[in-house]
Design a protein around this ligand. Sequence first.
Ligand code: ZN
Length: 61
Amino acid sequence: MDNLDRASIEEQRALDRALAVRKTTGPQACGHCLNCFEPLPSDKRWCDADCREDWSKRNER
Ligand SMILES: [Zn+2]
């Protein structure tokens, strides 16, 4: 195995890990909007679609 193979395997692993984290945990609802920190019912993560969009824009990549 050469270094290039090793690098791409590492890259793939990191990608898999990132996807797994996103799938299984993701952002947790914690009683306030993840975007603007307004208090919310504990099952909600954002007040509305706008907040969710803002947040995901900031958190992509
Ligand atoms: Zn909000």
